[in-house]
Structures are given as structure tokens and as C-alpha cells.
Design a protein around this ligand. Structure first.
Ligand code: CA2
Length: 152
């Protein structure tokens, strides 16, 4: 039986992780987070498709493709979280479970970060746990998808 594939999608500026603002986002790079995800996914029986883009349309295209290519989406949409109805619409039509992740606790930050369009399409939200949020999301996704031997 093939492993379930999880699209782990990262939005704008997350390619700068580990380079700037370590006090807010930690010292790990996005490549470090990808490595963490790959390790956890191997233990959970998941395959990971890890991507980042600074472009809203590219993120929308990847979410649309996920309907055919992925079993679930873990999404840190970066600042598009708070602005993008286009990403929300794409998530609503993706027809796979979505878990929203943020490195920082967006509710301890500026008021404009307290609203998330992504949340309207997400099964759950994990924020404030740094890179560990991604592995927590993979664990939650494993439960949502159900036991390995009962998957289609
Ligand atoms: O906490 C998160 O994961 C965020 O999604 C990160 C976004 C922010 O706009 C959201 O409100 C919360 C920003 C990502 C930018 O990442 C940077 C990393 C290093 C240096 C500069 C930006």
C-alpha cells in the first residue's frame, strides 16, 4: 500500500527563516523544518511533498493540484493567511483535510494577524510552537486519515 502523501506548503518570506528575525521565528531554516518533517513522516508512514512560494497564484495552483496528488495539506500561508480569499477558495475546493500551522502565536501579535482566512477551511490550527508545529500537524493528519491498513 502506498504511503499517504501530505503537501506541506509554505507561503511568502518563509524562505528567510533562520536568516532574519530569529527572536520571532527561531533559528531553524526552512530546510531544517523540511528535514524534521521528513523524519517524522517516515515514522508515521507518510510521504511528504514540501514546498515554498512567495507567490499567491503559485500557492493556489499547488492547492488545486493537491486534489489529485495529495491526501492532506499542512499549510503555513505566511502573511497570505490574513489576506487571501483566493487561497481560502482553493482550499475549500481541494477536498482533502487541511491543517493550518504558524511558527509564532499569531494571537500574541499584532491585531491584523488575529484573523485567518485559512482557518475557515482548516480542520485545526497549530500556532506558537515553532517548527514543532509542523510535526504536530503531521501527527494530527495521521489521525485524521485513519489507520494505515484502512486507507484506500
Ligand atoms: O508565524 C508564522 O508562521 C506566520 O505564518 C509567519 C508569517 C506571518 O506573516 C504570519 O502572521 C505568521 C511571516 C513569515 C515571514 O517569515 C520571516 C522569516 C524570517 C525573516 C523574515 C520573515
Amino acid at each position: 500500500m502506498a504511503d499517504a502523501t501530505i503537501l506541506v506548503l509554505n507561503g511568502p518570506n518563509l524562505n528567510l527563516l533562520g536568516v532574519r528575525e530569529p527572536e520571532t521565528y527561531g533559528r531553524e531554516t526552512l530546510a531544517d523544518i523540511e528535514e524534521l518533517c521528513l523524519e517524522r513522516a517516515a515514522a508515521l508512514g507518510l510521504a511528504i511533498d514540501f514546498r515554498q512560494s512567495n507567490h499567491e497564484g503559485q500557492l493556489v495552483d499547488w492547492i488545486q493540484e493537491a486534489r489529485q496528488t495529495a491526501d492532506g495539506i499542512v499549510l503555513n500561508a505566511g502573511a497570505y493567511t490574513h489576506t487571501s480569499i483566493a487561497i481560502l477558495d482553493a482550499l475549500r475546493s481541494a477536498d482533502v483535510p487541511v491543517i493550518e500551522v504558524h511558527l509564532s502565536n499569531i494571537f500574541r501579535r499584532e491585531a491584523y494577524r488575529h484573523h485567518s482566512y485559512v482557518s475557515e477551511a482548516a480542520q485545526g490550527v497549530i500556532c506558537g510552537f515553532g517548527s514543532q508545529g509542523y510535526t504536530l500537524a503531521l501527527e494530527a493528519m495521521t489521525r485524521i486519515l485513519g489507520p494505515l491498513d484502512e486507507r484506500d
